[in-house]
Design a protein around this ligand. Sequence first.
Ligand SMILES: NC(=O)C1=CN([C@@H]2O[C@H](COP(=O)(O)OP(=O)(O)OC[C@H]3O[C@@H](n4cnc5c(N)ncnc54)[C@H](O)[C@@H]3O)[C@@H](O)[C@H]2O)C=CC1
Ligand SMILES: N[C@@H](Cc1c[nH]c[nH+]1)C(=O)O
Ligand SMILES: [Zn+2]
Length: 427
Amino acid sequence: MEIIKYPDRSQWKGITERPYSDNRAVLDTVASVLEEVRSGGDAALITLAARFDGVALQSLAVTSGEMAAAEDLLAPELKEAIDAAYRNIRVFHAAQEKAEEAVETLPGVRCWRKSIGIERVGLYVPGGTAPLFSTVLMLGVPAQLAGCSIVVLCTPPMKDGSVHPAILYAARLCGISLVYKSGGAGAVAAMAYGTESIAAVHKIFGPGNQYVTAAKQLVQQSGVAIDMPAGPSEVCVIADESANAAFVAADLLSQAEHGPDSQVLLLTDSAPLLEGVQQELRRQLELLPRASVAGKALEKSRSVLVRDLDEALALANAYAAEHLILQCKDAETLAGRVINAGSVFIGPYSPESVGDYASGTNHTLPTNGFARAYSGVSLDSFVKKVSFQQLTRAGLESIAGTVTTMAEAEGLQAHAEAVRVRLGSSK
Ligand SMILES: NC(=O)C1=CN([C@@H]2O[C@H](COP(=O)(O)OP(=O)(O)OC[C@H]3O[C@@H](n4cnc5c(N)ncnc54)[C@H](O)[C@@H]3O)[C@@H](O)[C@H]2O)C=CC1
Ligand SMILES: N[C@@H](Cc1c[nH]c[nH+]1)C(=O)O
Ligand SMILES: [Zn+2]
């Protein structure tokens, strides 16, 4: 891990840049995969599964038999854990369902908005390095609450050509039956353009590695919407001398183990804490089954010694982390001053892992600085808010002058006439 001491502002750009920011090779690969799927459909997806996942598939769709069998393949404690997480995520997302009141902007001029579920949505569930069945809940629960009518789920097959039973169990909980064995850019292309077996959707959701994220960004050109660029994972921890070095190191490693292109960032005003965290990282890393993945991510990560916590917060706001953990005195006050972050974890007992799985918040969050402008996935991501208005004749009379004056000033006479003709005052 690179250690940077007391950087001045001119060095901030180097700190806030992600290690994969120059991803032209990835974009080139992804562009050709998209074209392959657009022209080759299902057969191309089967070829891609062999090329990138090393799996020889006969067909892409998970059968209803495989869906039904999944539950019995899971240990009871895992099923209970998934059920508990499902409930918490549902409670948190259901609370986002707020009906908006109609507003009378003038007497007789009534305006309102209605949330309508996006009809066809595509969910991407990562599975390259690990089958992230938690992501099924993060996407499936809000899709279910929003009432999306067609929900397609794509995930890379495991080496034996199956989909992990926990993914299928979580999908069933969320009422999803259209599950396909397809990963990476190919899966994104399939959901964007459609193939013989996979329906094209209106919006694609979900996290993934650089290939998935690049594919989501590229397919937007064909008119499909996406939630946001989400992946590779990252975390920023702000810690002071009051923090427990073992907790901080554990949080950094929990994101480093996601993939070699994950990035973690420690910001501290305490040299002893920084030293303690480096020691803990070395100690804890050795104990991890995924030590080599986490080790690669750490090589591209940074620990920064700053002058004070104000500077730490300013740097964190500039970095705009997917996850921001505050392990310092007065963490709540600091949290109130956060401007850019996907999700914030306050105090020593709020590890990011709880948000990754089960506290209720969504783990599909903007990475690569996109938290400056994007929110994480929520119920809102799965609905459109359609606005409505209804005027009485008296309402139209009161607003007529405003509209006709503005329309004529813009040189749009027909707009003005559409008001006047109703009031019998056409020129
Ligand atoms: N920001 C967020 O909200 C979240 C992000 N993540 C991130 O999702 C990612 C998951 O990544 P993975 O485990 O890799 O699974 P993945 O499912 O995203 O990617 C696997 C697929 O990548 C494609 N691929 C692999 N190597 C390729 C190559 N050389 N050329 C073209 N395509 C290739 C293959 O099609 C493969 O099926 C991690 O980076 C993790 O940090 C995970 C959860 C949440
Ligand atoms: N940490 C991941 C989510 C995750 C899934 N499983 C474990 N963690 C992210 O939000 O980037
Ligand atoms: Zn995680």
